[in-house]
Write a protein that binds this ligand. Structure first.
Ligand code: FDP
Length: 337
């Protein structure tokens, strides 16, 4: 149910304004930027909802910088975000998982200028089969000192100002944090607004569910294999498993119900598959704000990893704090394959 305050729904915009009132010097520029994200995701949601009726299924016929086939909806989502954010005066740099290079929108060095990074459509291999997909975004401050675009962008996740995702699922929900807890907003298609539906979300600290593409088991380093064997064995964890194959959907379930998601190194991708900047950092920020944990190779905190390239990848273990700690007892040398 949508949460009411003084008998009224709380829109995402109102929530941001309430947050900003805590900072008397806030210029309002930040909420202007966020309105670009909400507008773009409403546009994406409207395409997702009409998939099958309009021509959005299938391959676009190109490959992205990662060498993956690009779907039509990937392009639509990427364009929607770039268009809406490109006109926001306070956006300095935009970096998209689908694009080769970060794009400098304007050379702004003012205090309230931002860098936005996004995965426009996460889980896109699920689009054509009507399974949930999502948009993930993260926001950094544009460093005031004039630097190269690369240096400005390559900040560790601990520097994130805010992060969130939109899950186009049974309803369209946005989960957001700016370091003051995690809140969920649901898109009301009648009002055309995101309304507050969960406040100060906390992840259960343990659950008996793990999420991993277990078909790749033999490609994982041995400690991961041992952990997964223990997890399902009746004399070990005795856990159940769920794997959607859209990171946002798998993570959202864990945020609400608890558990653990793993994308380990594989023999083919020893550095992991998931992108540090576009996927892992934002979800790690949300996980930690909700009381969970997120670690990469060797158990390093995801948000402490210093990126060397905007398209860096990392192994990921994320979820309820006790589940992640439990997994870490098995996974000592995760990069050895
Ligand atoms: P996709 O390739 O469909 O875009 O990083 C992208 C991602 O999906 C994640 O959303 C998902 O968790 C993962 O890859 C799925 O990878 P596998 O198919 O290798 O399991």
């Amino acid at each position: 149910m949508a949460i009411k305050r003084d008998g009224h729904f709380v829109t995402f915009g109102q929530h941001i304004q309430e947050q900003q009132q805590k900072y008397p010097n806030a210029s309002g520029q930040y909420s202007w930027l966020l309105s670009g994200i909400t507008l773009a995701t409403k546009m994406i949601a409207s395409y997702v909802r009409r998939a099958g009726l309009i021509d959005v299924w299938g391959e676009h016929g190109s490959t992205n910088v990662q060498g993956e086939d690009v779907k039509k909806l990937d392009i639509i989502a990427n364009d929607a975000l770039k268009r809406t954010l490109g006109y926001r005066g306070n956006v300095g740099i935009i970096a998209s998982e689908e694009d080769n290079e970060p794009r400098v929108i304007q050379d702004v060095t003012a205090e309230d200028s931002y860098i936005i990074m996004f995965d426009p459509l996460d889980g896109s291999s699920n689009i054509d089969v009507n399974v949930s997909v999502g948009t993930i975004f993260t926001i950094f401050r544009n460093p005031k000192e004039i630097q190269s675009t690369e240096k400005s962008v390559l900040q560790p996740g601990s520097q994130q100002v805010a992060a969130g995702y939109v899950l186009y699922g049974s309803s369209t929900v946005m989960v957001y944090t700016d370091g003051n807890g995690v809140h969920q907003f649901t898109l009301d298609p009648q009002f055309g607004a995101y309304l507050l539906t969960r406040e100060n979300m906390k992840m259960p600290d343990h659950s008996g569910t793990y999420s991993v593409n277990e078909a790749y088991l033999h490609r994982f380093p041995e400690p991961y294999q041992r952990y997964l064997h223990w997890s399902k064995h009746p004399e070990g964890g005795g856990y159940s498993s769920r794997y959607v194959g859209s990171l946002v959907a798998d993570f959202h379930r864990i945020l609400i119900k608890g558990g653990i998601f793993l994308y380990p190194p594989t023999t083919e991708q020893p550095g992991g598959k998931l992108r540090l900047m576009y996927e892992c950092n934002p979800l790690a920020f949300i996980a930690e704000q909700a009381g969970g944990k997120a670690v990469g190779a060797g158990g390093q905190r995801i948000m402490d990893i210093q990126p060397t390239d905007v398209h860096d990848r990392t192994p990921l273990v994320i979820g309820s704090s006790k589940n992640v700690e439990e997994a870490m007892r098995f996974i000592q040398e995760p990069v050895r394959v």
